[in-house]
Design a protein around this ligand. Structure first.
Ligand code: ATP
Ligand code: MG
Length: 390
């Protein structure tokens, strides 16, 4: 049996003349994930449709759930645009819902895109609702808290479906440039990457690795997070930068209270060089205002100086509870809480400064003389790629 998926594009509907560009990107990201599966994808009158064999439906389901730019989707039935066929299909769907024991309270929501159809949306909803109740007298119309909703859309044809899955929303991958995410093994940075990913940005990550202070397990954790993030775009690149020598050098030069900020400055500098090589438009971090000493507005003001491109901080105004909830929702939380030291906690000063004086710190930075170490770290960088799990 064939299954027809009706796909509601997200904010695309707002994009005016750019709409075609956004639609093409959305189609491309769907196709990338469905490679190797036989299906038919079409785009007509404001909706996208995927037709697929029933046995491949779970793959399509997963693809639509993980792809940005989709507001919602549902398996739908298609029929001729006349009352007889609409009623017939509505009754068949009603029968299926009742057999599944979905409850008796229902409503009908109709949408008439083709204005030449003789009934208004309201009249369509009333007609189908009345026919359903005539056939199944146990049904009760409940507009406020229905157990299920029958949706009807009159477009090039009639489309009917019951309930609708929520998509990730946001914008299709490839419509918002490229960003380099500073990905640690913590809770925050994967969430930051996810948020920018669903705004249509292609994300690559950089992880600063400090063996033996951070072991192979810490790296594995970052790899698992990268694999998780690869599910959004379908692909993901992780750059692994050896950071030990830099951290040790900062310590050896006697910098203690300012160590975290010096480390951050080095990370920003290296990341913005990677961005330049990878033609990325911005850096992304998981910083949240005031969460730790290195994330006060003064500290951010200092570390910001070390990137020559914009630094996006999507979590800046979010509290930890919100971030943790989001991490659970996107499946990174369980990976992030695995107990492996990250390089910063090992080198953290007991009394970090919270309100640094940028010019004094700048002086410290210049005295460090670690420019050569930054270059060497870049030369010894490794790259791994991750793909979509079918
Ligand atoms: P996270 O949960 O993302 O690790 P955090 O609350 O532990 O955040 P910090 O350790 O202060 O915060 O790090 C702030 C930001 O700096 C992180 O969100 C991340 O973007 C970046 N960062 C920190 N350590 C690393 C690292 N080892 N590799 C790459 N980026 C890092
Ligand atoms: Mg951290």
């Amino acid at each position: 049996m064939r299954v027809l998926y009706l796909i509601k594009p997200g904010e695309l509907t707002l994009k005016g003349k750019n709409r075609k560009f956004f639609e093409d990107r959305l189609q491309a990201s769907i196709r990338r994930k469905l490679e190797g599966i036989p299906y038919k994808l079409s785009n007509r009158s404001g909706r996208m449709y995927i037709e697929v064999d029933e046995q491949c439906a779970p793959e399509v389901d997963r693809c639509l759930r993980t792809t940005p730019g989709i507001a919602g989707f549902a398996p739908a039935v298609e029929c001729e645009k006349d009352s007889i066929h609409l009623v017939q299909e509505a009754l068949a769907l009603g029968d299926r819902v009742l057999k599944k024991g979905r409850g008796k309270r229902f409503k009908v929501e109709a949408r008439r895109e083709d204005k030449s159809f003789p009934l208004t949306s309201y009249e369509i909803a009333c007609t189908l609702g009345a026919e359903l109740q005539k056939q199944y007298p146990e049904l009760i119309v409940d507009l406020h808290r229905p157990d299920w909703t029958l949706y009807v859309e009159i477009r090039d044809k009639g489309y009917l479906y019951v309930d609708s899955e929520r998509g990730l929303r946001g914008l299709p991958v490839g419509t918002s440039g490229r960003g380099i995410l500073l990905l640690s093994g913590g809770i925050d940075s994967p969430v930051a990457g996810f948020l920018m990913g669903i705004r249509g940005m292609v994300i690559e990550a950089v992880y600063f690795h400090s063996p033996p202070y951070t072991g192979e397990q810490a790296l594995k954790k970052v790899e698992s997070l990268s694999e998780c993030l690869a599910q959004i775009a379908g692909f993901f690149t992780l750059h692994i930068v050896p950071f030990t020598d830099i951290q040790v050098a900062i310590r050896e030069r006697g910098v203690w209270d300012e160590a975290t900020l010096m480390n951050r400055a080095a990370m920003m500098k290296i990341a913005s060089r990677i961005a330049q090589k990878r033609k990325a438009h911005c850096l992304i971090t998981g910083e949240s205002l005031g969460q730790v000493a290195s994330q006060t507005v003064q500290s951010i003001g200092f570390t910001n100086r070390f990137s020559d491109i914009p630094v996006l901080r999507p979590l800046i105004g979010m509290d930890k509870e919100w971030i943790m909830e989001k991490a659970r929702e996107i499946g990174t939380y369980e990976i992030s809480i695995l107990p492996y030291e990250d390089c910063c906690s090992l080198f953290s000063p007991p009394h970090p400064i919270t309100r640094p004086n940028p010019s004094i710190l700048q002086g410290h930075w210049e005295n460090l003389g670690i420019e050569e170490l930054l270059e060497r770290a870049l030369e010894n960088m490794e790259r791994r790629t991750f793909t979509y799990r079918k």
